[in-house]
Design a protein around this ligand. Structure first.
Ligand code: AMP
Ligand code: DBH
Length: 546
């Protein structure tokens, strides 16, 4: 199992250091420093628990010693699958302090995804919560432990129940005084890509590059030690982790408030109680908040900034943020692979409502190219390519994807279609790849097709995105049945769900069709097939009475 790495050509690395983006600080050093600088300020609030910076740093030192005592040596990967709880922070900083490498699984991930992530990363331990939102993670962890020989430990935040797993609490004993020295240019953690093909890919991010991205984000989002950041989306996602997210809040000395879920009922009470000043949402949730806010009994007046991103936020909805919530909208268009764009807080209302912002860094290189690879004029749509001081040069252990998604000179092919406007602002117009962006969760059409094809009564399947008034996009699977009794839609959904995948990947709609179109030459490409099916679907919807 090769260790993950992320390497920029030396001339780029030198420039990024010279310009002060890469400062040579590791996550372990960062928390130790923040523990000194902000010692008695509150770092994180979770229900009735409030930890100061000094306490978070102490817990990280204790957990680091605990992890080392389990035989996890520096450089070892550890799967972290935790919801929005204070333990997310103590765990990941404990791992950083011990020189270990977290691999961020989502709470929504199930056996199929977690097994894949464990194998692909070479993880040796799995940190879970006992239960969250009605799901028990312990049987899932048992399965991973049994099936992946390298995984030898399960650590549980909460009740270990009938298992012989290790309680996280039991690791909080003696302290490891100093963080294990790590090269700041080495991989700090593995982030997950939403991915347009197959299973999620692993994104190696370094200390240097990631610290830059959230330090600069904290600045662009106006964070100060008096700010209060509400973590409403699941923090394992790149957006609430780093744009500016929990890490951006901490590096600014601000307070992180963990919300167990993003519903208005839960989040509004926390905003009022903690005086939350800033938070981030995906567009469908922003719509729910806009609807709920006028009727709430909670005082939301502390809210200064609402970040919205992950999927396109339509201008008519964007225009309602200030009148309804009384705060500034900040659009954010980012990706776990790197590049993040923000509208700036002092931009005109026009820019804030109609664009997805401009890059963080003067050294973010952005190309907008036509199908042949030639630059398009400003204002014309084209394919977005990017490279820069916090954009990866390749995924972990994915030679085929790396050859496809990165150009020979190191640009990442984002798959997004954008227009570049004056001042470098970008407007997202759509995308060139076949993934479904369901309320900000990216779903690979190919991955879901593979699950459907495993069903004995399925001859062929094609999954497409269709517009959805609420989710932005939902998934629709077209299925050609094999000979014999055709499967029912309900069976197919149950079958896919039983494959142990995140619920958001189960097709929202399934349409049985007699056959797929082929050309005279034989089968048409999956991409063309999906496009044709999507067109036919939309035409039928328009033709049918409402
Ligand atoms: P991932 O690579 O899985 O982190 O997903 C990143 C992708 O999410 C981007 O390449 C876009 O397709 C999409 N995305 C993120 N933010 C926005 C936004 N504000 N507007 C439109 N699409 C977005
Ligand atoms: O969708 C994303 O991946 C995303 C959205 C906003 C992201 O990674 C980010 C900001 O950093």
């Amino acid at each position: 199992m090769s260790s993950p790495e992320q390497i920029w050509p030396e001339e780029f690395a030198r420039r990024y250091r010279e310009r002060g983006y890469w400062r040579g600080e590791t996550f372990g050093q960062m928390l130790a420093r923040l523990g000194c600088e902000h010692g008695e300020r509150t770092a994180v609030v979770d229900g009735d628990r409030r930890w100061t910076y000094a306490e978070l740093a102490r817990r990280a030192r204790q957990l680091a010693q605990g992890f080392a005592g389990l035989g996890l040596d520096p450089g070892t990967r550890v799967l972290v699958q935790l919801p929005n709880r204070a333990e997310f922070l103590s765990t990941v900083f404990g791992l950083f302090h011990a020189g270990l490498i977290p691999v961020y699984a989502l709470p929504a991930h199930r056996e199929t995804e977690v097994l894949h992530l464990a194998r692909k990363s070479g993880a040796r331990a799995h940190v879970i919560a006992d239960r969250h939102e009605g799901f028990d993670y312990r049987p899932l962890a048992r399965r991973v432990l049994d099936e992946v020989p390298e995984v030898s430990r399960v650590i549980v935040a909460g009740d270990v129940g009938e298992t012989n797993f290790t309680p996280l609490e039991a690791l909080e004993g003696a302290e490891m005084a100093e963080p294990v020295a790590r090269d700041p240019g080495s991989v700090a953690f593995l982030q997950i890509s939403g991915g347009s093909t197959g299973l999620p890919k692993l994104i190696p991010r370094t200390h240097d590059d990631y610290l830059y991205s959230f330090r600069a984000s904290a600045d662009i989002c106006g964070l100060t030690p008096d700010s209060v950041y509400l973590a409403a989306l699941p923090v394992a996602h790149n957006f609430p982790m780093s744009s500016p997210g929990i890490f951006g809040a901490l590096i600014a000395g601000a307070r992180v408030v963990m919300s167990p879920n993003p519903s208005p009922e839960t989040a509004f009470a926390l905003i009022a109680r903690e005086g939350v000043t800033i938070t981030g949402l995906v567009p469908p949730l922003a719509l729910v908040w806009l609807q709920a806010a006028p009727r709430t009994k909670h005082d939301l007046s502390s809210l200064e900034v609402l970040l919205v991103g992950g999927a396109k936020f339509m201008p008519d909805a964007a225009a309602r943020v200030r009148p309804v919530l009384g705060c500034t909208l900040q659009q954010v268009f980012g990706m776990a692979e790197g590049l993040v764009n923000y509208t700036r807080l002092d931009d005109s209302e026009e820019i804030i409502i109609t664009t997805q912002g401009r890059p963080i860094s003067p050294d973010d290189e952005v190309l907008v190219l036509d199908d042949e690879g030639n630059p398009v004029p400003e204002g014309e749509p084209g394919h977005l390519f990017t490279r820069g001081p916090y954009t990866i040069r390749g995924y972990h252990d994915e030679p085929a994807a790396n050859a496809r998604d990165f150009t020979p000179d190191g640009f990442y092919r984002t798959g997004d279609i954008v227009r570049r406007l004056p001042g470098g602002y970008l407007e997202v117009r759509g995308r060139a790849t076949d993934h479904i962006n369901r309320a900000g969760e990216k779903i690979s059409a190919e991955e879901v097709e593979d699950h459907l094809l495993a069903h004995p009564s399925v001859f062929d399947a094609a999954v497409v995105s269709v517009p959805d008034r609420f989710l932005g996009e939902r998934s629709c699977a077209f299925v050609v049945a094999a000979e014999g009794e055709p499967p029912s839609v309900r069976d197919l959904k149950a079958f896919v769900r039983a494959r142990g995948i995140a619920e958001f990947k189960v097709p929202d709609e399934i349409v049985l069709v007699p056959a797929f179109e082929t050309t005279a030459l034989g089968k048409i490409s999956r991409k063309a097939l999906r496009a044709a099916l999507k067109e036919r679907y939309l035409e039928q919807k328009e033709g049918s009475p409402a």
